[in-house]
Design a protein around this ligand. Structure first.
Ligand SMILES: Cc1cc2nc3c(=O)[nH]c(=O)nc-3n(C[C@H](O)[C@H](O)[C@H](O)COP(=O)(O)OP(=O)(O)OC[C@H]3O[C@@H](n4cnc5c(N)ncnc54)[C@H](O)[C@@H]3O)c2cc1C
Length: 434
């Protein structure tokens, strides 16, 4: 049994210190409960800015915040850094890498993981962007390739080292492509004057006929236009079939020589083992309108992992931070009601709109209703919304200062290879990050 002091209050275990889990813990602050939070990391990750770490725009520390520090003011709170392996609903226990623990109520907030749709070759060789170590690996790998490109005499090898393919034209793919376009245009040529950057291709592949699916036509057309300005080649209706680390084979038969493929083409739910089959659907945990997991009385799921079918969201809510935050909030209110013996209230998502940035001065924003914005005003809104959403005052300040610095100097200061990236096949041990 994991050592946690006995308490006269009911124990609520929360798995996952992401947007949903952190919000829930904060909101449970004054309740007569014992809260135990588990996360495999000792920090919260602000995933929307992972791409800026990968493209040398921000330090990793500025998008992470220690969970213990963040949740310090919460009384009756315990944090344990551990991977949770499984849930045993019959005996109200969770099994983790550091032992087992029993609960009165369990809330699963484990988010999502990269979905490679079963493509082994891509899983082996492409870069996912879900965790900070992955963003750092990608940053090192890109910079290592430029170092290697300066050495090789072979023009094909040189080009292949410089080329970058991004798969998936959703917000993450568009943001990565835009940031790389900026690097190519304003920064890398100064660092590597001996390389011919007209030979470098940044290619964004999207399987459907438009970018930013789920956003307005205005947003997808603008994003396409902006990416062209950053010299990103966008291939619509095109999939990658396989990738061996050097050459990507596309569905149109074309082969692209590249040492870097970034996979931004999808995520799927990431849940611990042990739940009944009937509680799962499309890799997410099925919940009712109160976030209660199907087939269980005292297990709940919130955030990306929860599949709540409701009007307008027949396949569940979009996997977005605002949904996770709102569900964390709502879950706290319902747990309060549950403890008082009151009726639970159904969750209703308040859609505040969606947005994506495409590099310097360029972004698209779909506001609630039908109106959309593009260009500089949208970029300012994008920056403001992200700044206020980052957890921790110190992080807000550091990110703000970095952005101001980058804007006025046309520079990105973190072009550092702190830890050399070693491809999976050459590693002695393989920590699996998905
Ligand atoms: C690259 C990228 C860009 C994004 N951009 C945007 C954006 O611009 N706007 C937006 O709204 N959304 C964006 N999202 C989506 C957004 O980040 C998610 O919707 C949000 O993080 C979901 O919150 P969550 O609390 O459900 O899960 P998460 O924030 O993913 O948190 C899950 C937590 O659970 C922990 N965990 C998982 N499994 C276990 C386990 N078995 N044991 C212990 N701990 C575990 C993880 O370490 C993590 O801390 C982006 C996501 C990515 C990957």
């Amino acid at each position: 049994m994991i050592p946690i002091p006995e308490s006269k209050h009911p124990r609520i275990i929360i798995i996952g210190g992401g947007f949903a889990g952190v919000k829930l813990v904060k909101k449970l602050k004054n309740l007569p409960v014992q809260i135990v939070l588990f996360d495999r990391n000792n920090y919260h990750t602000f995933q929307p800015l992972l791409y800026q770490v990968a493209t040398a725009g921000l330090e990793p520390d500025s998008i992470a915040d220690p969970l213990r520090k963040q949740l310090e003011p919460v009384k009756n709170f315990f944090f344990r850094m551990a991977e949770v392996y499984s849930v045993d609903g019959a005996s109200n226990m969770i099994h983790t890498e550091i032992g087992v623990l029993d609960y009165d109520y369990l809330v699963i907030a484990t988010g999502s993981r990269t979905n490679f749709f079963g493509n082994e070759s891509i899983m082996q060789h492409a870069f996912a962007l879900k965790q900070i170590p992955q963003a750092l690996d990608l940053r090192s790998h890109i910079l290592q390739n430029f170092e290697a490109a300066t050495i090789t005499e072979d023009p094909l090898e040189k080009k292949s080292r410089m080329n970058i393919v991004i798969v998936g034209g959703g917000p993450t793919g568009v943001e990565v492509a835009g940031a790389l376009g900026e690097l190519k245009r304003s920064i890398l040529p100064k660092d590597y004057p001996e390389l011919d950057f007209s030979k470098m291709s940044i290619i964004l592949l999207e399987g459907s006929s438009s970018l930013l699916g789920g956003m307005s036509d205005f947003a997808s057309e603008k994003a396409l236009k902006y990416l062209k300005k950053f010299h990103v080649d966008v291939y619509l209706d095109t999939l990658v079939k396989s990738y061996d680390g050097h050459s990507a084979l596309l569905s149109n038969g074309e082969e692209i020589n590249t040492h870097t493929v970034v996979w931004a083409a999808g995520v799927k739910g990431n849940y611990p083992d042990g739940l009944k089959e009937s509680s799962l659907e499309r890799d997410r945990i099925v919940v009712d309108h109160y976030n209660r997991v199907a087939e269980y009385d005292n297990i709940f799921a919130i955030g990306d992992i929860a599949m709540m079918k409701s009007e307008g969201y027949e396949n569940g809510h979009p996997m977005l931070a605002p949904v996770a935050i709102q569900q964390g909030n709502h879950m706290a209110m319902n747990l309060k009601r549950l403890l008082k013996g009151e009726e639970l209230k159904p969750f209703k998502y308040f859609d505040k709109g969606s947005m994506a940035t495409v590099g310097r001065n360029k972004a698209v924003v779909d506001l609630p209703g039908k109106s959309s914005l593009g260009g500089f005003p949208a970029w300012v809104i994008w920056m403001f919304v992200h700044l206020i959403s980052i957890i921790g005052f110190r992080n807000k300040l550091i990110v703000f200062l970095n952005w101001v610095w980058n804007y006025f100097t046309y520079d990105k200061g973190t072009r550092l290879i702190i830890r050399k990236f070693i491809p999976k096949k050459l590693r002695k041990t393989e920590p699996e990050l998905t």
